[in-house]
Design a protein around this ligand. Sequence first.
Ligand code: ZN
Length: 310
Amino acid sequence: MIRQIQGLHHVTSMAADANENNAFFTHILGLRRVKKTVNFDAPEVYHLYYGDEVGTPGSVMTYFPFGDMPRGKRGIGEVGVTEFAVPPGALHYWEERLAAAGVTGMARETAFGEARLSFAGPDGDGFALVETAPRGRTPWTGEDIPEEVGILGFHGARFRLREAGATEELLGFMGYQKAGEDKGLTRFVIEGGNAADTIDIEALPGSAAARQGAGSVHHIAFAVEDRAAQLEVRQALMDTGYQVTPVIDRDYFWAIYFRTPGGVLFEVATNEPGFDRDEDTANLGTALKLPTRYEQYRSQIEDVLPELAG
Ligand code: ZN
C-alpha cells in the first residue's frame, strides 16, 4: 500500500459549448476560473479550470469544450457523479439558486448520513452538492454567493462499474480504506487527506457501458505533494502490473495516467507548481495561457477559440 495520495486533485470532463460551460461554473456555481489555456494535445480546444481562489488541489473542475461534440451516454465504466462539498445547511440555498437558473435533474437524497442535492450540468454531467464540514476550506466569493453556503471544493466522486472488486483493491493499494456501505454504494476514504477524500463505488453488473461525449468525465486525478512522491507512486503501480505513462508536464502540475480495471482513467498529479506560476493570484484565469511550444501559433489559436464572455 502506498501513502502518498492525498485525495482528489482535479476532475476533467468534456463539454460542448465553451461559453455555456464557463457561465455555468462561474456564474451559477460560483467557482473561480483559475486558468484559461488549451488542450495540450489539441490546441484549437480550450482547457478551462474552475476552482477556489488559487485552484487548490481538491477543488479544481476542468473542461475541454469541444464545440459541437455530441452528448455522452451515462453507463458503467465511468465517473458517474462528481461531488462538491458545501457547508451544512447550504442545500436549501442551492436548490433555489439552481432552480432559478433552470438547472435540471435536481433531487434531494441522503447517503452515508449526508444530505445531497443531485443535479445535471449543461451537457447532462452528473453532479451533486453534499453537505460536509468545511475542514479548513473556504469558497471563492467572487460571485454573489454568500460565503456560508459557497462550494468548498470536491467532496469526492461516485464510480459506476460493472464489477467493483478490482477497483476496490486498487483504491486500497492507493491508501483508501473501506468506510461503509449504503444504498448499494461502497465508500472509500483516505485518512488524513485533503478533504476531497471520498470515492463511492456503485456496482451495476447488468448495465450498459458508458459512451464518452459532452458531459462525460474524461479522467479523475489524485493529488500527490511533489514529483518525488509521484515517481514513488508510478514505480509502485508499475510493480503491481499497471501500465503507467511517463511523467508529463502540464505546466501547472506534473501528470501520470493509467487505465483502471473498471474502465475509469486515473491520473496522479502533483500539487506543485500550481496555477499561480504564470499569473498573479489576483488575475488568475483571465489571460489565454499557452504552453511554450504553442506560443508561436498564438494568433492562429486565438482566431479559432471562441471568445469567452466573462
Ligand atoms: Zn488531468
